[in-house]
Write a protein that binds this ligand. Structure first.
Ligand code: IPD
Length: 260
């Protein structure tokens, strides 16, 4: 593997394992939070702490790299590398003590995602994908499932924070798809949902209005595990569809009107 990529992967792993320990420790105490775009869109003190911890590490180790992160946006660097960070994906889960949350870090080079790392500290799962070199969870190789019928498929989805006021809140698609499929799960962490597709546990995933930090790492995970993804930028964020090839196409047939 490219020596520079290897160094970056080692940095990410050591930093997110450290940050994850802190997230789990802070979970035992009372975590304070505030509201962002809506009363249901939260940011905790631990999102802010984790983001600052990671940005300080990146800026002191790789001062020329750019960063895009959920809570503080864009930090411009002078080189082709860009880090895309979600300090806690699944913030609502975290604030309620539900263990399905993670740190998601994608690294892009000249616009292409080359490394994706997703770490779920409470579940002890570290997912890694490297462009052209596969996807892994805790060093075990990942492959998407081969289930190809909707009635055999388990898929993930999510609903946007502006769901009470925005008609494109995914409820119509949910109602349609849930009647045709074995199961739909709404876990509350898009990054981890995408990892479940890469691991062959979920057969597909769709959600509208996501941000790059929610899916940069998970998308590479699926592609490196042999699956298919699409992220269409729209005014309210990205419309994301993913799955093994068969379920990707079958979900696409059911939701493609929304992408137009
Ligand atoms: C959210 C989670 C959730 C998805 C939301 C995301 P956050 O990220 O990924 O599953 O439905 O659209 O914003 O706010 O927990 O970082």
């Amino acid at each position: 593997m490219n020596k520079e990529w290897k160094t970056i992967i080692n940095s990410i792993k050591s930093w997110i394992i450290e940050a994850g320990k802190e997230q789990v420790a802070k979970l035992e105490k009372t975590v304070s939070f505030s509201e962002k775009s809506a009363a249901i869109d939260l940011v905790t003190e631990v999102d802010i702490w984790t983001e600052k911890y990671l940005i300080d590490k990146i800026q002191s180790t790789y001062p020329t790299h750019s960063i895009l992160s959920e809570e503080t946006g864009s930090h411009e660097g002078s080189e082709g590398y860009q880090w895309v960070i979600d300090p806690i994906d699944g913030t609502t889960n975290y604030a309620h003590g539900f263990p399905f949350f993670c740190i998601s870090v994608g690294v892009k080079y000249n616009g292409e995602t080359i490394i994706g790392v997703v770490y779920a500290p409470k579940l002890n799962d570290l997912y890694l994908a490297v462009k052209g070199q596969g996807a892994y969870v805790n060093d075990r190789s990942l492959a998407v499932s081969n289930r190809n019928e909707l009635h055999q498929a388990l898929v993930g989805t999510g609903f946007p924070y502006d769901r009470a006021t925005n008609p494109e809140n995914n409820l119509d698609h949910f109602v349609n798809i849930v009647t045709k499929i074995r199961g739909v799960r709404r876990t509350g962490s898009a990054a981890l949902d995408l990892c479940q597709v890469a691991a062959g546990r979920f057969d597909g995933f769709w959600e509208f209005g996501l941000h790059e930090w929610d899916f940069a790492a998970g998308r590479l995970m699926i592609e490196e595990a042999g699956g298919r993804t699409r992220a269409v930028p729209k005014e309210r964020g990205y419309y994301v569809l993913a799955g093994n090839h068969a379920i990707f196409h079958k979900l696409d047939d059911l939701i493609h009107d929304t992408y137009k």
